[in-house]
Write a protein that binds this ligand. Structure first.
Ligand code: ADP
Length: 488
């Protein structure tokens, strides 16, 4: 909008008519004072200012305008008498476009000047806008940079304060930061510490994790620069993300040698104890079985002998489990694989289970009609474990469904019960050594070894296994194995 300032309404009128005709929006003021008020309240692109006015003259108005930051850049066209000295015209008005036009006004010249200054003002306004948005952008970037470096400093001081060896790496796998402990194990802050020759290649594993954008956990043996012995360390590497993008990786090596040794000693103890217990127990079992036969006609002793035999059988299976575990750990669990009649094995097992648990209804569905290549005794052990768990963990619902089927290359086996069930978040742990689900541990006897042994047996048959279960509804444990000999 253009502001015309003149004390004579007729002058305003004619100027307004001329400018409106050329599509310029126009406002007017009849005195310098009124003009100043309007300039403060509105935004003008150009001011046409009469120099000779009673009260505040045009120069005084221009001088005042130059003092306000809001209006100092508005161009001005002074309307002067023909004899006004040019030097007065720019008096007190240093920035912005200034021009003048002498009276009587030539409309063409006025329009030319208005157009030029109007355009000038528009351009400088746009430049100012761009400048302002650039200032905002620069400020934003500076702030983001400040925040990033603050975060990095924070991460570094955390990594420096922890007792582990700690580091950060860039996405290309190169080391960015290492804490002071690093230099106890590596001669350089840009080189990984050497690992034991039998361990996996550290940098290769790290590169794989970065490529897959997945955290890494790896046990490696490290040795202090001046030390002689390697100690087991757990490497944990996790991505550091900003706006869902991995920007770097933070890692730690934690010394786990003491835990490793304790666990090794525990395994050794279990192995020795189970071996040493097994021999006398086998004799006890044999003698109790003998006693059972002999006490048939002696009702006075019979129940005691039977109870002893039940307890000895339980003890025997516990010790057998412990022995199996130590064999798995030392890689000595042996398999005697050959072809056997899967359905016949299952039928006789079910028959025996029915005899031992007459209060349970054991429903059998399907059948494979197949000769399966595998270790019959070990697979029977898996099935017995699944079924005895189904019985043990469903003390109220006495129905159990055993199902088998075969497809082009595999035998599928499952046991379903309607017992206590297992919460979903625990499913992944059930096949781990010594794991017992929260609902079972306080109320049912067990050591949490059976399923671990089953998982090992199934894996050694190149099979897969799993569980479907819901608390208070029941569980289905299943496995699948190839029925033909595997070449791998
Ligand atoms: P154990 O029965 O001796 O504890 P297992 O290794 O056979 O050991 O089973 C591990 C855990 O899995 C059990 O402690 C129990 O919590 C859970 N579990 C196994 N089978 C069932 C089942 N049929 N129903 C509910 N929980 C089960």
């Amino acid at each position: 909008m253009i502001l015309i300032v003149d004390d004579k309404p007729e002058n305003i009128y004619s100027l307004k008519a001329l400018l409106t005709l050329h599509s310029f929006p126009v406002d007017s003021a009849l005195s310098g004072e009124e003009a100043l008020k309007k300039i403060l309240a509105h935004n003008y692109a150009l001011i046409i200012l009469d120099v000779q006015m009673p009260g505040m003259d045009g120069f005084e108005v221009a001088e005042s305008i130059s003092g306000y930051s809001k209006s100092k850049d508005i161009p001005i066209i002074f309307l002067t008498a023909a004899n006004t000295d040019k030097k007065y015209i720019t008096r007190g008005y240093s920035s912005g476009g200034v021009d003048y036009i002498t009276k009587p006004i030539d409309p063409d010249i006025l329009l030319l000047k208005v157009k030029t200054l109007y355009r000038l003002y528009e351009q400088s306004r746009k430049l100012n806008e761009m400048h302002d948005s650039l200032v905002v952008e620069v400020e934003y970037r500076k702030k983001a940079e400040r925040e990033t470096s603050e975060k990095a400093a924070e991460l570094r001081s955390i990594l420096e304060s922890i007792p582990q060896i700690a580091f950060t790496i860039r996405n290309d796998g190169s080391l960015e930061f290492t804490n002071s402990r690093w230099l106890e194990y590596s001669t350089s802050p840009v080189q990984f510490p050497p690992t034991h020759e039998e361990d996996k290649d550290l940098q290769q594993e790290i590169r794989k994790a970065i490529t897959a954008d997945k955290p890494l956990e790896l046990e490696v043996r490290l040795k202090k620069i001046n030390g002689t012995d390697y100690r087991y360390h757990l490497l944990r590497l996790i991505p550091v993300s900003e706006n869902d993008t991995t920007v770097k990786w933070a890692g730690t090596f934690t010394d786990i040698e003491d835990q490793k040794q304790a666990s090794r000693r525990k395994d050794e103890f279990l192995s020795i104890a189970s071996h040493e217990l097994k021999t006398p127990l086998t004799s006890i079992k044999a003698y109790v079985q003998l006693l059972e036969r002999e006490s048939k006609d002696n009702p006075q002793f019979k129940p005691y002998v039977e109870r002893t035999l039940t307890q000895v059988t339980k003890l025997n299976s516990l010790i057998t489990d412990l022995l199996d575990i130590s064999k798995i750990q030392s890689g000595k669990l042996e398999f005697n694989k050959k072809e056997f009649d899967f359905d016949a094995m299952l039928s006789s097992l079910l028959e025996m289970t029915r005899q031992n648990h007459p209060d349970y209804s054991l429903e059998y569905r399907g059948g494979t009609g197949l000769q399966v290549y595998g270790d019959e005794i070990r697979l029977e052990q898996v099935i017995t474990n699944f079924i005895s768990n189904a019985i043990k963990y469903s003390p109220k619902a006495k129905k159990i469904i055993v199902e088998t089927k075969a497809d082009s290359g595999h035998v599928h086996f499952s046991v379903t019960d309607f017992g206590i069930g297992i919460p979903k978040e625990e499913h992944k742990n059930l096949f781990r050594k010594f794991y017992r689900a929260s609902g079972a541990a306080p109320h049912f006897q067990g050591m949490g070894l059976g399923l671990f042994i089953c998982s090992e047996i199934i894996q050694r048959h190149h099979g897969s296994f799993g569980v479907d279960s819901e608390p208070h509804k029941g569980s289905t444990f299943f496995f699948t194995i190839p029925f033909n000999k595997q070449t791998s």
